[in-house]
Structure formats: structure tokens, C-alpha cells
Design a protein around this ligand. Sequence first.
Ligand SMILES: CC(C)(COP(=O)(O)OP(=O)(O)OC[C@H]1O[C@@H](n2cnc3c(N)ncnc32)[C@H](O)[C@@H]1OP(=O)(O)O)[C@@H](O)C(=O)NCCC(=O)NCCS
Length: 180
Amino acid sequence: MAAECEIFHRPLTYSEAVRLHAELKTTPNILGYTVRELTRLSDVYVAEFGGEFAGACFCVDLIQDWTEIAALCVLADFRGAGLGRKLFWAAWERTQERRRHVYVLSRNAQVIKWMQELGMTVDDKLWRAPWAVHCYMPRYMASRYRFTESVRKRKEIGQCPPLMQGIMKYAGDCKKFPAS
Ligand SMILES: CC(C)(COP(=O)(O)OP(=O)(O)OC[C@H]1O[C@@H](n2cnc3c(N)ncnc32)[C@H](O)[C@@H]1OP(=O)(O)O)[C@@H](O)C(=O)NCCC(=O)NCCS
């Protein structure tokens, strides 16, 4: 199955953004993004399976050379086939090529495992996040859509494990994603 999967670095089409927007509504792990926000992203990694849209993640550049890898999501029908790892790997590799410090925020056990495998500093002490993240978060949360979603998803979020952050400062050596 994984042989037919391809990862592209390109913006989402409108129909892909609509599909991703709908999928993000189903997970407590990501508050969500409007279709308009999704179509405007430029640093996006798109997974196609057999030519069909199967998932995406994207990177957001923050100040002070930090980049957040965000909204990693594989459509439910395509999970467990290695697409999530490939998307995360693609985003990770490019941050390393660009010599960026990397920040990831997740409550998904699989993503947390990948962060640990990459040697990121992983903890739940979010107040220790880089200054660049503290500066960005109010902007991210200042969204009526995300506020509404946080209210709608609050019960489900309350039953999830806590958010964990992964921090990796670029230290001159390109950290390779471990083989699966
Ligand atoms: C997290 C997510 C992106 C993973 O995508 P995915 O395509 O299913 O992930 P992969 O198939 O690449 O990897 C799944 C891992 O689980 C393992 N796995 C796959 N199927 C499995 C199964 N049935 N039972 C146990 N483990 C399984 C794989 O071996 C792989 O582990 P590895 O990387 O150590 O080899 C996907 O579950 C998702 O979109 N979840 C909802 C949104 C979310 O939580 N996003 C994270 C926010 S940061």
C-alpha cells in the first residue's frame, strides 16, 4: 500500500482544503483551521495515495529561526499505512535543510514517539516553550473559528492525554528521521 503513496510540497487545492478542514473537525488533537486559512498556506506537505488526497501537514515559520510543524493529519481511511510518518519526515527534513529550530505540539502518542526518536526535548512544560512560540500562540488562538472549535471539542479534549511539546534547536548537524 505504501508504495503508491507520494508526498508533494505544494499548496492545498480548494477541494483538498475542504476535505482536510472536515477531517480536522473529527479530531480533538488539532483545534482546526478554516478552509481559507488552509488554502493560503505555502509550506505544505500533501500525501496522495493512488492520486487521491490522503493527508497533509504544514510548517509555520516563527521569529528567531523557529519553525513549527503543525496539523499533521492523515484521513481516517488512509491511516496505519505509513503516510503520517512520511509527511512528518518530509516536513522535518526541510526544516533541517533550512537550518531551522523545530517546535512540535502534540497529544498524539505516535507523534510524541516520533519526536522522541528524533531526539527532540519532549515535555509538558509548555511555559518553557521558546519565546518565538509564546509570541505566536496568541495570534494562533485569536481566531473565532478556533475559539468555537475549542468549545465544541472541550469534552473530548478533556479526556485526552496532555499536550506535549517537542523542541529541537538546530545545532549544525542535520538530524535524520529514523527508518521505520
Ligand atoms: C497521527 C497520524 C497523522 C498518524 O498517521 P498514520 O498515517 O496513521 O501514521 P503511520 O501509518 O505513518 O504510522 C503509524 C504508526 O503506528 C504503527 N501502526 C500502524 N498501524 C498500526 C496498528 N494497527 N496497530 C498498532 N500500530 C500501528 C505503525 O507501525 C507506525 O509506527 P512507526 O512509525 O513506529 O513504524 C494520524 O493518526 C492522524 O491523522 N490522527 C489524527 C490527527 C492527529 O492526531 N494528528 C497529530 C496532531 S500533532
